[in-house]
Design a protein around this ligand. Structure first.
Ligand code: ADP
Ligand code: MG
Length: 698
């Protein structure tokens, strides 16, 4: 007997039912069925005496005998009523459906275990449609006090595969195959974490003997699930490190030093210094760097990117930085060029709107090596773009680029350039471990000093007039203002109307020539957008009305007020990104979240969170709790969604232990060839073969 056998080997499962279980739930082998876990349990640890029944005890279990059964006519049809007694008193069992069949099968004066939802009617307690089992049968079964409830589908229920039947199948399976269940963790791990053995865990997750056993079984199975995922990710990372050679940037040269000593306009924060050290260690090691740099909006990722590029240049390499939009690429280009003034480094920019002649020039300079840094958008990925010796590729705001694009950068060289992916959408550490477990992660978890927190308030639409008044006061002080409207694809037409209506009402309130207003949205031509953006950047307009196009990262330090219209329609991470557009200068900044009066509970939580905190990681945690991992950027293709029993949010502690264990084991025994790791090796090989372990991004 082998757990890989099809489930028709389980007593009671016909070919027809096996087919149904496969099409409905994907259960094919005995192993699949064994790993089909209950989603809840009915606690049947307690038996009640009829005398002790309380109106509020909702689901109860009682041992007693039926003394009498009768049909009682009612308005429509009839009901079947059985009198049920124990030594302490009597009550009723009631059926409305299937009366004839039930009446025939009930045994009088024979002990039953009865279970169900308690009703109180006409001074009598009753249970409608109880679950019943003869005490003699009950005693024969696997003794379990907690009853498993399995996920099901309508089709299964309609075809007679009830929860009771599922229980029976799995019980049979366990009885037939119990001895064939093999341990998949090493004794060391089992000892270290006092885990339940695999057999017991599987038995107890289906038929727990007690709450305590259930908890232990679940812990063991969650640990195992997360452990094998981490084992795969960590292994992949180690293999890449060993196999994939990387360029060695061994010198810290003149460019880096001159810049650091002369051009650096401020002192780096400790977090920036730490991250830079991590990167320097990577690029000097001879292995290929594949690193994710997480840092909140405004945490100063650009300077880290720049210093990294200087390292590359000092070692004779070129560098590139890719941004998701033209506006953002431009901003990087301007920032980098300004910072590098006085150094002998050539920087250029390549986007979709660069004219052919200029484009050719860039191509040529890239190939002969005279161009050191190329900033750009997707245009960088075109085949014509060939570097002489690209040493590092930096990707900003990574969630906007797909996996395929990332690897396209890789393909450009014989030896892949080092990769640094920067993201301003922090994801919680534990989620990052699952989604980006094969990348190294650096975090800038500290903002530059002197940054004032953006004062954030929530106001209802009805307060708009006082909000306008506030805007006028701020503009009078020389500040600039963003007014942002939501743009959701499904309701695009409506959203554009809202935007235009909003623009008009603002134009009426803020009259020219005193006030100048820019408007930017996705339907405008790139050149017009650019023109409007630039007017705002130069300070010629005081108000920027926009859809979320500005989300991606414009930098206008003088803009200190952000109004978000219909803020209840934005997601948390989006709100956080938007707010990051202000608070970049020395002045006190403000974010005003406008919303209608009617708010869902979730929307309330989002707005409240925004008002209470500006910590991107905290916000990401709340976001994760509200939406689940499936909706967080970048997690879609990853396996965090296919977990059978663990939960990346709730089981983050287990995840951390599982990951550390995987790291320890692989460091000690990279090929899992030591005898004590044999069980792990076997299970791992099997999982990899059946691709039960998902393949990760990149
Ligand atoms: P982001 O991480 O969002 O890309 P930026 O790199 O654009 O952030 O930095 C935001 C602002 O903070 C910039 O104006 C930058 O010059 C400034 N900045 C970055 N690091 C420091 C620092 N260590 N001290 C002071 N200001 C800094
Ligand atoms: Mg940035």
């Amino acid at each position: 007997m082998n757990l890989d056998y099809p489930i028709t080997y389980v007593k009671g499962i016909s070919v027809q039912r096996a087919t149904l279980l496969y099409t409905e739930l994907g259960i094919k082998t005995c192993n699949d069925l064994l790993n089909f876990f209950p989603f809840r349990y009915i606690d049947r640890t307690n038996f009640y005496r009829i005398k002790d029944l309380q109106l509020n005890s909702s689901e109860v279990q009682i041992v007693g005998k039926i003394t009498n059964v009768k049909s009682i006519a009612q308005k429509r049809g009839s009901r079947l009523v059985a009198t049920f007694q124990d030594a302490s008193g009597s009550m009723e069992l009631v059926w409305f459906r299937g009366q004839k069949w039930i009446k025939d099968s009930l045994k009088i004066n024979t002990p039953y275990v009865v279970y169900g939802k308690l009703n109180h009617y006409n001074g009598f307690f009753s249970i409608p449609h109880p679950e019943m089992e003869l005490v003699s049968e009950y005693k024969k079964k696997l003794q379990t006090k907690m009853q498993p409830v399995y996920p099901s589908t309508e089709k299964l229920t309609n075809s007679g595969i009830s929860n009771k039947l599922m229980r029976a199948y799995i019980q049979n399976l366990l009885q037939q195959f119990y001895d064939g269940i093999q341990e998949s963790l090493s004794y060391q791990i089992i000892d270290d974490f006092t885990l339940m053995h695999k057999r017991d865990a599987l038995l107890n997750v289906h038929f727990p003997k007690s709450q305590e056993n259930l908890a232990k079984a679940q812990y063991r199975l969650k640990f195992e699930e997360l452990f094998f995922i981490q084992l795969q990710l960590v292994r992949k990372k180690l293999i890449n490190k060993n196999k994939i050679k990387g360029f060695v940037f061994k010198n810290v040269g003149d460019n880096f030093n001159n810049f650091y000593n002369k051009n650096l306009p401020f002192e780096l924060t400790n977090a920036q210094k730490r991250v830079l050290k991590e990167i320097r260690k990577d690029v000097a090691s001879g292995a290929h760097m594949n690193r994710l740099l997480q840092g909140d909006v405004g945490s100063g990722k650009t300077i880290v990117a720049l210093l990294t590029m200087l390292l590359a240049i000092d070692n004779g390499f070129q560098a590139t930085i890719m941004a998701p939009t033209e506006i953002l690429a431009n901003q990087h280009y301007v920032a980098v060029s300004e910072l590098l003034q006085g150094l002998n480094i050539k920087v250029d920019i390549l986007t979709g709107s660069v004219k052919t002649k200029k484009r050719r020039e860039i191509h040529a300079n890239l190939e002969d090596g005279s161009l050191h840094i190329l900033v750009g958008t997707h245009a960088l990925l075109e085949d014509k773009v060939k570097y002489r010796n690209l040493g590092i590729a930096i990707i900003d705001e990574q969630h906007r680029f797909g996996v395929a694009q990332r690897s396209k950068l890789w393909m450009k060289n014989e030896m892949p350039p080092h990769i640094l992916v920067m993201t301003a959408t922090p994801i919680p550490r534990t989620l990052a471990m699952s989604v980006y477990g094969d990348l190294d992660i650096s975090m800038i978890d500290e903002l530059p000093p002197g940054r004032k927190e953006v004062k954030t308030v929530h106001r209802f639409d009805s307060n708009r007039l006082s909000v306008f008044k506030f805007l006028k006061d701020e503009i009078a002080k020389g500040r600039q203002v963003y007014v942002v409207y939501p743009l959701i694809q499904e309701s695009e037409a409506m959203d554009y109307k809202d935007l235009m209506d909003g623009y008009e009402s603002i134009s009426r309130e803020f009259l020219a020539p005193k006030y100048q207003i820019s408007i930017v949205h996705g339907k405008m031509k790139p050149a017009d957008k650019e023109y409007e953006m630039q007017r705002f950047v130069r300070g010629e307009t005081q108000i920027m009305v926009a859809t979320t196009v500005i989300e991606v990262g414009v930098n206008v330090p003088n803009a200190s007020v952000m109004i978000i219209e219909s803020s209840e329609r934005f997601g948390l991470s989006q709100l956080h990104q938007l707010r990051g557009r202000v608070g970049r200068g020395a002045d006190q900044s403000y974010c005003i979240l406008l919303s209608s009066f009617k708010l869902s509970a979730e929307a309330k939580t989002r707005l409240k969170t925004m008002v209470e905190t500006s910590d991107g990681f905290k916000i990401a945690e709340v976001d994760l709790k509200l939406r689940g991992p499936g909706n967080i950027m970048g997690t879609q293709q990853s396996g965090v969604l296919n977990l059978k029993i663990a939960d990346v949010v709730k089981d983050s502690q287990i995840l951390v232990s599982a990951r550390n264990t995987a790291i320890d084991i692989l460091q000690d025994d990279p090929n899992l060839s030591k005898k004590e790791n044999l069980p792990i090796n076997k299970a791992f090989t099997k999982m990899s073969k059946s691709s039960k372990i998902w393949s990760n991004i990149s």
